[in-house]
Design a protein around this ligand. Structure first.
Ligand SMILES: C[S@@+](CC[C@H](N)C(=O)[O-])C[C@H]1O[C@@H](n2cnc3c(N)ncnc32)[C@H](O)[C@@H]1O
Length: 267
């Protein structure tokens, strides 16, 4: 599949439903709908708040790449950041527009845009933030280069991508490789075919560090603490016990499904 077709596949997938909205039962775009999504997200994904540190960016120029339904984007606006956001899909952008209206909030700029061609000038932002996005884009290294390009010298870039060395990925291999009678199926194809939009990738900490170091950045932190998803909460007890053991063996701070990296753009 060409990169253009793949990107169209990614857009179609996320245009059907923005990330994290499937748990809501209230009427779409109502305040209750958005609050269900927000409460669930921060109850389950404890890794976001301490990483993003929303309130520390008050008055700063922030760009979020891949806003999705806008739960984190709302936190930038509430924190008084000069919030700019892009997403590949109109579904995501409409969700965020409704969300801001519901709370009578305004952002600086919100538009459809591609992480691989970010529609802002270089050296524009104090912080560029992107949670769970660039591993979905066909040319992830290009998207990473764009996040760095638009950050100001001395500015920060905070990124989450999926971690290939996690119990969640082991589960995916068992489900779509071994137990599907395809023990030689690679993790790369399992991720590309069975993890959300087509072509999704996952990186080890070492691989992602090497990708980051191809750019003029200093690594501030890089980690992957064990997540809710690694503990397979909706699977039968033996699978959950196995996941607990694996989590300890693989390292509590390095095995999580969410690989978080914060870097500073060199001046
Ligand atoms: C897993 S969701 C994450 C959304 C949001 N950051 C969150 O954490 O809820 C992935 C999002 O990335 C967006 N996306 C994928 N490829 C993109 C690209 N090349 N440019 C901009 N957004 C992209 C999708 O439209 C989707 O909204």
């Amino acid at each position: 599949m060409s990169s253009i077709d793949l990107k169209e596949g990614v857009r179609e997938y996320w245009d059907r439903q923005s990330c994290g909205t499937d748990i809501a039962v209230s009427e779409k775009h109502s305040q209750e709908y958005f609050e269900e999504i927000e409460q669930y997200r921060y109850d389950v994904e404890h890794e976001i708040m301490p990483f993003a540190q929303f309130s520390r960016w008050h008055g700063k120029k922030v760009l979020e790449v891949g806003v999705g339904a806008g739960t984190d984007f709302l936190q930038w606006v509430r924190s008084g950041a000069l919030a700019h956001g892009i997403d590949l899909t109109s579904e995501g952008i409409e969700n965020v527009q409704h969300r801001l209206e519901v709370y009578d909030l305004e952002c600086e700029d919100l538009r459809i845009g591609d992480a691989e061609n970010i529609p802002y000038e270089e050296n524009s932002f104090d912080l560029v933030y992107s949670w769970g996005v660039i591993h979905h884009s066909p040319d992830t290294p290009k998207a990473l280069g764009e996040l760095v390009r638009v950050a100001k010298p001395g500015g920060r870039i905070k990124i989450m991508v999926y971690n290939r060395r996690s119990p969640y990925v082991v589960y995916k291999y068992l489900r779509w490789g071994l137990l599907a009678g395809k023990p030689f199926k690679s993790i790369k194809s399992i991720m590309a075919e069975h993890q959300e939009s087509p072509g999704t990738k996952a990186y080890s900490i070492h691989e992602f560090k090497n990708l980051l170091l191809q750019h003029p950045v200093r690594i501030v932190s890089i980690d992957a603490p064990a997540t809710y998803y690694d503990l397979l909460p909706d699977k039968p007890a033996p699978a959950r016990w196995g996941a607990y053991v694996l989590t300890f063996l693989m390292g509590l701070k390095r095995c999580g499904w969410f690989l978080r990296a914060e870097v500073e753009k060199k001046a």
